[in-house]
Design a protein around this ligand. Sequence first.
Ligand code: 5AD
Ligand code: SF4
Length: 460
Amino acid sequence: MIQAKKYTLDHEQLLKNNNQKKVYIETYGCQMNVADSEVVMSILAEEGFSLTETMEEGDLLLINTCSIRDNAEQRVRGRLGEFRRVKQQKKSVMIGVIGCMAERLKEQLVEQEKLVDLVVGPDAYRSLPQLIAQADTGQKAINVLLSREETYAEISPVRYASNGISAFVSIMRGCDNMCSYCIVPFTRGRERSRDPQTILNEVQELIDNGFKEVTLLGQNVDKYKWEKEGEEAVGFAKLLEMVAELNQQMRVRFSTSYPQDMTDEVLKTMASHHNICKHIHFPAQSGNTRILELMRRGYTREWYMSRVEAIRKHMPECAITTDIISGFCSESEAEHQDTLSLMEWAEFDLAFMFKYSERPNTYAHRKLKDDVPEDVKSRRLTEIIDLQNKVSENVKQKDIGQTFEVLVEGVSKKSEEQLHGRTSQNKTVVFPRKDAKIGDYVLVKVNSATQATLIGEIVE
Ligand code: 5AD
Ligand code: SF4
């Protein structure tokens, strides 16, 4: 059994260490990047770095980047401008670009962004100490090697960005799906699963430290598979069960599910464990079968609908959220209407909606034409957003009058007397505090709702 390395440094301690070199880190993109930054912080803490939340105080400024859409990259470039401004004032400062943009742009990044000293891809974080030493001598330091094995399995992340209640635990890395629009297989490499024992160790450590919610992360969690000679293979349903059975007070979430691969076994495991949250993020991307084929998603509109029906059959109370892309290559008006009708039918609790953004070297870039005009993409996106707003409103009305178990996560920004937390369905609820404390489970009856939150009161 591999023992998780223990790093006792917590957020408070990291901030207090005054005489050490300081790292400032900003994270963009998905939850996986947030989890990766915590691994990076763990590696740097071992090297004696402490954390600062003020850019001007940093000796090392890191930006963990995202390449998913062009506008994500533009945003990062904007922030790099700010980093550079600090370096111009203080020459000794080192700037590092890590994550998906580092992987995608490699040396190009050092050439384009003159003041970047370090470029480190998602599988190369263990080499950060050597790269920093190299950059210290004035050389540019780059490592963007992708790995077939790296899962940072035994590194115990420093939970510097956490509220002390919820944490991310990465269970696999990379992606083999090759959806035609997507950059992720190029930036994060091949799919690989992490040793389940190291996952259980990490969750146990969280339980011991008073955490109450864990989110298991992977690009496609349904493909999780750990195989070792002489041992029974562990798939995602089994892993979920093992994590959920560690402690009934620990909520378990996961992301992201893939419609083609999600099994009834996973649904049954969810249904039979109270502490596995009743929420599935279930990206549809489009409601039209021809477009789904061009996207290389591997399922049809009908298949997607049948999986939604399966979720509802096993767990009528389960929230379903989705991702939608508008204006993919050659999408017609009628095909766009199919997406709208799917959204209306599925009654998603929430949707993340994007305009298609062509990414270099993807199948869509090489073989398909990005031929839906920008104004049409925008108009379709607006229609998609408007419809989802209506759907969300209807779904919310159904929550009013119901009582939910809520995990208390914090004090409301607006009033000391109000607490906020989330339901199993991942909906935020605000309510008067009574005697409840952060980390408690309380029953809250929902009385009303605003655009983004439910408002309620604690009931016995
Ligand atoms: N253009 C627009 N949206 C994209 N996504 C992924 N790649 C692209 C792209 N090239 C969206 C998908 C995915 C979410 C994380 O981002 O909807 O599920
Ligand atoms: Fe962005 Fe995708 Fe990389 Fe996450 S995996 S940071 S969403 S490009």
